[in-house]
Design a protein around this ligand. Structure first.
Ligand code: NAD
Ligand code: DAU
Length: 354
């Protein structure tokens, strides 16, 4: 079986669902259910013995030791993290705790487990660390995209904490020989993404007739990848990646935020013709910028294609259409995650922006 951390979050839940669609190998899903963890994402697995959910913290060393000795996973796929840049600006402590200390605890527990294995079991064990392109910092308009050998220049508390975790993972390989794999991926979008991130926030606000907040001039550029493609890339790295290597994962799809928001508004005009707020683009509102806002990210994903044969299957046009359709069909899901705590966050993050 495999141990997945953070499997009730956006990418982790998509990964668990994809995994069990294609395999009968069981999954232990360790997640402490922060505001971002949601068991509704996994409701289709209710009663499925291949999915074992454990509510717990990756910083809990006793729990980790127990899980490894009881279930003896052949691999760890580590998604659990605090993941939202804006939240890291308001409260960096949780990011250091989960992303740095939590990764440290998990590495130690995985190392003890791996060292207890022998023969082929030991040779086959893998620790796959899911990281981000934000560790590389910000690009100028004509700079080449990020390659795996680029120096780390993280600029936000979130990206600094992820960079620290990447360094720990690297060190556990070089010092102890733990067979690790690291992936650095660009911006994901798709079903089950919490409506604090740009794409689901814009869809949810547009459906509610609320302003669509665009930071700064809206010309910050991100590379966008459909979440199902990210899950396929992680499976390829797990199966065929070389221990100790890092793999950049991206969608070959750079776009400024304004274009993303306009595309979503156009799709909502088409797919939701009864909406009282058409054209949805009328809701677009420029607000104060994010402090330290990275200008541009771009991924050179040639290594994973060359070595592992992975390329994204979705274009942005196909992926964003599926995503908007999913949010239109799952309005209950959005309503359920927009709890009191989430409303407080909206007030904190957007309340004082002009
Ligand atoms: P998310 O915020 O949606 O989910 C994170 C999950 O981790 C939640 O279920 C949460 O409950 C759980 N979690 C948080 N702290 C925990 C702890 N201490 N112990 C156990 N569980 C804990 O995040 P996501 O967008 O799905 O991102 C998953 C991973 O992928 C993160 O490591 C993130 O850095 C990385 N990543 C995300 C993106 C993106 O665009 N979303 C892109 C590249 C990399
Ligand atoms: O690049 C990968 C990263 O992508 C992941 O590591 C992070 O976990 C994930 O959150 C994401 O980070 P970003 O900061 O790029 O994502 P976010 O959706 O928060 O913002 C995308 C862009 O949209 C960014 O330039 C800021 C802008 N933005 C965001 C919000 C929430 C707005 O203009 N308005 C908004 O309300």
């Amino acid at each position: 079986m495999i141990l997945v951390t953070g499997g009730a979050g956006f990418i982790g839940a998509n990964f668990v669902l994809d995994w069990l669609r294609g395999s009968d190998e069981p999954v232990i899903n360790l997640d402490c259910l922060t505001y971002a963890g949601n068991l509704e994402n996994l409701v289709s697995l209710a009663g499925d013995p291949r999915h074992v959910f454990v509510r717990g913290d990756i910083c809990d060393t006793a729990l980790l030791a127990d899980l490894f000795s009881r279930h003896r996973p052949r691999a760890v796929i580590h998604f659990a993290a605090e993941s939202h840049v804006d939240r890291s600006i308001h409260g960096p402590g949780a990011f250091i705790r989960t992303n740095v200390e939590g990764t440290f605890s998990l590495l130690q527990a995985a190392r003890a487990h791996w060292q207890s294995l022998a023969g082929p079991e030991r040779g086959a064990f893998r620790f796959l660390h899911v990281s981000t392109d934000e560790v590389y910092g910000s690009l100028g308009p004509t700079d080449p995209p990020f390659v795996e050998t680029r120096a780390y220049e993280p600029n936000s508390p979130y990206s600094a904490s992820k960079a620290a975790s990447d360094h720990l993972v690297r060190a556990w390989h070089h010092t102890y020989g733990l067979p690790v794999l690291t992936t650095n991926c660009s911006n994901n979008y798709g079903p089950f993404q919490f409506p604090e991130k740009l794409i689901p926030l814009v869809i949810a606000n547009a459906l509610a007739g609320k302003p669509l907040p665009i930071y700064g001039d809206g010309m910050n550029v991100r590379d966008w990848l459909y979440v199902g493609d990210h899950c396929a890339a992680i499976r390829a790295v797990l199966e065929r990646g070389r221990p100790g290597e890092t793999y950049n994962i991206g969608g070959w799809n750079e776009m400024p935020n304004l274009e993303i928001v306009r595309t979503i508004c156009g799709l909502l005009d088409e797919l939701h013709p009864d909406s009282p707020v058409r054209p949805h683009a009328d809701l677009m509102t420029f607000v104060a910028d994010r402090p330290g806002h990275d200008r541009r990210y771009a991924i050179d994903a040639r290594k994973i294609e060359r070595e592992l044969g992975w390329r994204p299957a979705e274009t942005f046009a196909t992926g964003i259409r599926k995503t908007v359709e999913w949010y239109l069909e799952n309005r209950n899901w959005v309503e359920h995650v927009q709890s009191g705590a989430y409303r407080e966050w909206v007030q904190q993050n957007y309340g004082e922006r002009t």
